[in-house]
Design a protein around this ligand. Sequence first.
Ligand code: SAM
Length: 300
Amino acid sequence: MRQERRTSTSIYRAATNRTTQAPQDAFARWAALQAWSTDATNRLNEEADLDFWERIAPTYDLGALPTRVPAVLERVRALVPSGTSLLDVGAGTGAFTLPLAQTATRITALDYSPAMLRILRQKLADAAACNVRAVLARWEDAALEPHDVVLAANALYRTADLRLALRKMIELARRRGIVVWSVGRQDAPQQAVREQVRPEQYQAGPDYVHVLEGLYHLDVFAHVDLIETDDTQRYSNDAQATDGLLSWSPITADDQVRVASLLPHLLERDGVGWRWRRRGRIAVIWWDGPDANADAACRS
Ligand SMILES: C[S@@+](CC[C@H](N)C(=O)[O-])C[C@H]1O[C@@H](n2cnc3c(N)ncnc32)[C@H](O)[C@@H]1O
């Protein structure tokens, strides 16, 4: 009790102590978190990221978010008024693009990975989807015309300059902007392991709250829908389970031994393998643009 009182008193003193130093702004915090993070998914290095997509592209669709969590696609679909134009930033293999091509009149699907766009172009040809234009470009450099809706689904994970990325979205979105973000990135639930094996090893990067904060600083007061998902993982043997629980790099032999000893405490037996019950959350962040209430049919 005394300890609690002392802590809250010192927090109060610190909070009321005037300082002449400006607090870090949202975009500086974002950049600092990106640079600090050891999360394997932020891949700031462009070459490493493009190599990653080159390897993953052929099988990406098996685990694509709209396939795993149809509720997210339905939420996004409801936010794209029918008969509108859509810009899909970081469209990848088109896991959102193709289903949304049934709602939107015309879609620009932008991605900087040739491997991901190859798959997308093949799918567009197979589906004879003539209302989608695939554009190979970096979002940071792309010069595009405004669209009714601008969507970035799990595409801002490696953004270094959040101000630039969000400003472009806001400027190009006439009716609505949408950012989909897998909360906690994919490795966040491994916290129990990190704390027990190497408490200081994992450093989380920015998350959906920082996207919201960035929007707020640009005078956009966005809505957030959090969609819960069943993220239960199954591993067919000890080695797979150990790999699945390690979320930092580099991983040492000692880390592997220590995690292996934790398996019976963290996971449930599933035949000869293991099951890890966990919940995930997907944030759908959205805002209305200047023409939010315009009638799409009246625009060219
Ligand atoms: C996780 S995938 C998401 C794909 C798709 N939006 C989906 O939800 O299935 C991320 C995609 O963003 C693309 N990407 C990442 N940074 C980009 C950038 N700066 N400009 C364009 N595309 C980018 C990657 O190449 C990759 O295809």
